[in-house]
Design a protein. Structure first.
Length: 256
């Protein structure tokens, strides 16, 4: 399904999709037809995006950025088709890029108003965690059931439960313990990678980062834009946050 969706959005036909999936062309055409039938808005989006770009010879992102597409003025069908592909591609990937930049700006704003990320400490090399957050269809875990390892204090939103999302204020999470000891290390496509002190700081950072990521699409989309949080000793050993929490609890219970 993922390859079919991306293939259609980025201009791949039944021939290319068949090769990518290793199926016959009729089967690939059937996959495409099924997708359009299940999500008729996709076909409208493609048609409207191409028509608007052909009329203005550019594509405009909600953020105000634009990309000129002079190929629409060409007399060559191949160049016009190339511009159609670029129009859709730019809108999809451009909005994703703008959203992750908005998430990073929200992070900077959050730690600036709620406490500097390095306040009172440095990152300790022997007790740090990598925290990775990316876009995902999974809605996360109920943070009203999450406790700091070694404590009984939960992290929860102002409404007393549920997934911490864009309706929760950052100020309600930052400062639950000591100031956050965490820093943004890298951005990889739609993923943000953080380095964080171990222990309760991981959960505090996860809650704030998730809010920043999920709120980045506010006012731009009619659908939710959930984020997935993963934690590990390094980038190669990341596991889902709920798995890390369970592991931390087991380790804590085994200690004398």
């Amino acid at each position: 399904a993922k390859r079919t969706v991306y293939g259609i959005l980025f201009g791949q036909g039944k021939v290319g999709l068949a090769e990518k999936l290793g199926v016959s062309q009729p089967e690939a055409a059937g996959f495409m037809a099924a997708l359009f039938n299940a999500f008729p808005g996709v076909k409208r989006f493609l048609k409207d995006t191409k028509a608007s770009a052909a009329k203005t010879r550019m594509v405009l992102l909600p953020s105000g950025r634009h990309r000129p597409l002079p190929g629409f003025a060409s007399k060559m069908p191949s160049e016009r088709a190339e511009s159609e592909r670029k129009a859709v591609n730019t809108l999809v990937q451009g909005m994703a890029a703008d959203m992750v930049k908005a998430a990073m700006l929200r992070w900077v704003s959050a730690v600036s108003t709620g406490g500097p990320p390095f306040a009172g400490s440095t990152i300790h090399p022997d007790s740090r965690r990598n925290l990775s957050v990316d876009r995902n269809t999974d809605g996360g875990i109920p943070l009203d059931r999450v406790h700091h390892p070694g404590t009984s204090r939960p992290i929860s939103g102002p409404r007393g439960g549920g997934v911490v999302g864009s309706s929760t204020h950052v100020s309600d999470v930052i400062g639950c313990a000591d100031p956050l000891r965490v820093r943004l290390v890298a951005q990889i496509h739609d993923e943000l990678l953080f380095e964080c002190d171990d222990g309760p700081y991981v959960l505090e950072a996860a809650a704030v980062v998730r809010m920043c990521m999920e709120a980045a699409g506010e006012g731009k989309f009619l659908v939710p834009t959930p984020a997935k949080v993963m934690v590990g000793r390094n980038w190669a050993e990341l596991v889902p946050l709920d798995v890390w929490i369970a592991s931390a609890r087991i380790s804590s219970s085994l200690q004398p």
